[in-house]
Design a binder for this molecule. Structure first.
Ligand code: GAR
Length: 194
């Protein structure tokens, strides 16, 4: 059994894709054991509770130092004997202690084709705004391992999505999630669990 923790900060549609895959039996021997939110009241927490998954909130804004947040995150994940950590719209940086303790056991979904539009400051709709401003005709999503470089770990899966002339950052975000992120993330988790 692979005990999975999903880290979230917002709406949790990627978490929902994982829950749906799990309920359908598509996560191989993976079990969604824990959802950790860095934001209190995130809608993702409601999704987790509805699916019967334990939730913990570690509010990033309550920690002055990134190291303190990193330490608490490591202990919570260790206490729950987590084998795979999935960043699904987790908008806080995962610190070096967590990365070291869970080496090659943390994955992230990013809403672009890495190495384009990634790294510091590229999150949520900022990514899609940058893609539209650059004028790319194809974008997409990437699932990758997490190391000490933001969005710099080994790529696991990628999927391309067309950019339409009529796109806004919001419409593009929605299509990238629907066509790529919600497909790739459960697929990557299943592959790793297998
Ligand atoms: C998703 O598009 C995810 O790729 C992005 O935030 C959104 C969260 O949506 N993550 C990043 O930008 C990380 N760099 P969700 O809460 O509905 O899953």
């Amino acid at each position: 059994m692979t005990k999975i923790a999903v880290l979230v900060s917002g709406g949790g549609t990627n978490l929902q894709a994982l829950i749906d895959a799990w309920k359908k039996g598509s996560l191989e021997n993976g079990e969604l054991s824990l959802v950790v939110s860095s934001v209190a009241g995130a809608f993702a927490l409601e999704r987790a509770q509805k699916a019967g998954i334990k939730t913990i909130t570690i509010e990033r804004k309550n920690y002055k130092k990134a190291e303190e947040f990193d330490k608490v995150l490591t202990s919570v994940l260790s206490e729950h004997q987590i084998n795979l950590v999935v960043l699904a719209g987790f908008l806080s940086v995962v610190g070096p202690q967590t990365v070291k303790t869970f080496k090659n056991k943390i994955i992230n979904v990013h809403p672009s084709l890495i190495p384009s539009f990634c790294g510091k400051g590229f999150y949520g709709t900022h990514v899609h705004k940058a893609a539209l401003e650059y004028g790319v005709k194809i974008t997409g999503a990437t699932v990758h391992y997490v190391n000490d470089v933001i969005d710099g770990g080994q790529i696991i899966l990628q999927k391309a999505v067309d950019v339409l002339v009529s796109d806004t950052p919001e419409t593009l975000q929605q299509r990238v999630m629907q066509e790529a992120e919600w497909v790739l993330l459960p697929q990557a988790v299943a592959m790793i669990c297998k």
